[in-house]
Structures are given as structure tokens and as C-alpha cells.
Design a protein around this ligand. Structure first.
Ligand code: ATP
Length: 274
């Protein structure tokens, strides 16, 4: 039986009066590649940030988040093990989060910091073996020839690949990617998604990726979890996400704008997976 790598139970999050996540339940097993879809403001990034302990859920609720079998937060408080979970979680940001004045290789080496003795990391002295690993990670994303260049000289798509190489260097056991292709052109988007899929299929690393592009979700992710106004609206095979369901998912804005012209109830066409 596949190991569960993400378990989210009864997750609620308010930002002032805005109920951003409503009783969200999510279970992901090892080796899955899952797209998080939903209209702008539906809670995708907020959910992903809860998984990495970047945001804490409502204190009043009984929310629980566990990643890689390690408790991240419970009842609105971070667990002592949150750092342990973070060190094994590769987090890819829309804007790459690289140190642009440093070399490509150095940025990848930063992924090893959680496994590097503090005297070495303080003096930025990485071992030969770590440098070899970093080069191998760069080769994996097709960028070894840029190792000694400053990151700032790379294109956006190449910078995102450096961020993925950093996650590989981190020896991440799960990858959470928050809109990794939102600021990329179609060709760079394709390359980034193919690298994520390759890592998922070759290493069996679970990938959860928030996307705005439904076609990329369907092409690269066998499973879709869709959020609508903070609730899980659909959880199932991406191939079963048809035009009607997508219209219902993304139609919230027009429903709000002209309620008399659109149905008030959204049909429950798909059961949530167990
Ligand atoms: N730090 C914050 N402070 C206040 N409100 C927030 C904060 N972060 C998110 N929100 C609100 O929570 C809701 C969900 O936001 P979130 O960014 O998770 O949505 P999203 O689905 O990722 O949207 P997008 O696709 O546009 O990035 C939105 O209403 C947003 O304004």
C-alpha cells in the first residue's frame, strides 16, 4: 500500500472576516502528481503554505496537517517537528526565490544547507562531494553549462529550473510548487512541467502544483484537486474534469456578479476521492 505523504484534516483559515479555507481535507500518497486548481482567491496558495508551515490555521478549529508522516501543525499551532518536515520539502515559488547575485551552482548548493555542518555553511564552504551533487542536479535540469554564471543572467524559465535543482540538492522527498509557471512563456512552462513530471516519475517524489492553466493540469497531473471559495470542489482524475465542471468551477465570479442569470446551486457531479 502506498504511503501517505500529505494528510490535511479539518483545515480552516480566516484572514480577518475572510474565510479563506473551509474544512479542507486532503490526502496525497507517495508518487502522486496533483494539480491544485481554482479561481483566483480560492485558497490554493494558502493551502500550499499551510503544508510547509508558512501559515498557521485558525486556533479555534481542530485543523491538522501532516507531511511525510511528520506533524506540521495542529489546532492552530506549529508542531515542534515543523522544521524537520520543511527540511525534506522542496518548495518552488512563482518568483523563484533565488539569490540573484550568486552563481547558479551556489544557489543549488544552498539546498544542502540543512544537511551541512554550521561551520561550513557559515563560511559558505561546501565539500567537493556536495559540489558534484549540485552539478548533477543542474545536469538533471539541463543547466550544467551555466553553473558558474550569476543567476541574474538567466531567463525566468532557467531560473525556475535552478530552483528545482535546489530542491533536488535538498534531497526533498516531496515538492510543493506554487504557480511555478505563472510568469513563464509556453515553451519554458512546458520544460518546467516536464522536469517536475520526470522527477515525479523517476524518483517517485510526490508533486503538488498550483496552476492557473487547466490544460497544463490535465496534461501533466493525473489528479486534480480544485478549490472554490476555500472549499474542496472537486478531487479526482484530471481526465474526468469536463467543460461543464470547469464552467461551474470558474463561474463563481459571474454567479456573484449576476445572480439572477445563473443557477444558484452548483451540481455535485463528482465524488471526492477517499
Ligand atoms: N496574508 C494574507 N492576508 C490577508 N488575506 C489573505 C492573505 N493571504 C491570502 N489572503 C486571502 O485569502 C484568499 C485566498 O488567497 P490565495 O492566495 O490562497 O488564493 P489563490 O487561489 O492562491 O489565488 P491566486 O490564484 O490569485 O494566487 C483570498 O481572498 C486572499 O485575498
Amino acid at each position: 500500500m502506498s504511503q501517505q505523504v500529505i494528510s490535511v484534516q479539518q483545515l480552516n483559515k480566516h484572514f480577518a472576516n475572510n474565510h479563506a479555507l473551509k474544512n479542507v481535507e486532503l490526502s496525497v500518497t507517495q508518487g502522486e502528481m496533483v494539480a491544485l486548481l481554482g479561481p483566483s482567491g480560492s485558497g490554493k496558495s494558502t493551502l500550499l503554505r499551510h503544508l510547509n508551515g508558512l501559515v498557521c490555521s485558525d486556533k479555534s478549529a481542530k485543523g491538522y496537517v501532516e507531511v511525510l508522516g511528520i506533524p506540521v501543525q495542529k489546532n492552530g499551532k506549529y508542531c515542534a517537528s515543523v522544521r524537520q518536515s520543511r527540511s525534506q520539502t522542496g518548495y518552488i515559488f512563482q518568483q523563484f526565490n533565488l539569490v540573484t547575485r550568486l552563481s547558479v551552482l551556489h544557489n543549488v548548493l544552498i539546498g544542502a544547507l540543512s544537511r551541512t555542518p554550521s561551520w561550513r555553511s557559515l563560511s559558505a564552504r561546501f565539500s567537493l562531494s556536495q559540489k558534484r551533487q549540485a552539478l548533477a542536479a543542474l545536469k538533471r535540469v539541463g543547466l550544467e553549462q551555466f553553473a558558474l554564471q550569476r543567476v541574474s543572467t538567466l531567463s525566468g524559465g532557467q531560473q525556475q529550473r535552478v530552483a528545482i535543482a535546489r530542491a533536488l540538492m535538498q534531497q526533498a522527498k516531496i515538492i510543493l510548487a506554487d504557480e511555478p509557471i505563472a510568469s513563464l512563456d509556453p515553451e519554458s512552462s512546458r520544460i518546467v512541467m516536464e522536469i517536475l513530471r520526470d522527477i515525479n516519475q523517476q524518483e517517485g517524489i510526490a508533486v503538488v502544483v498550483t496552476l492557473h492553466q487547466v490544460d497544463y493540469a490535465k496534461r501533466y497531473c493525473p489528479r486534480v484537486v480544485a478549490l472554490k471559495q476555500g472549499e474542496v470542489f472537486y478531487d479526482g482524475p484530471s481526465e474526468q474534469l469536463g467543460d461543464n465542471s470547469l464552467a461551474a468551477l470558474y463561474g463563481s465570479q459571474s454567479e456573484q456578479d449576476s445572480p439572477q442569470q445563473t443557477p444558484q446551486t452548483v451540481p455535485q457531479l463528482w465524488p471526492q476521492t477517499a
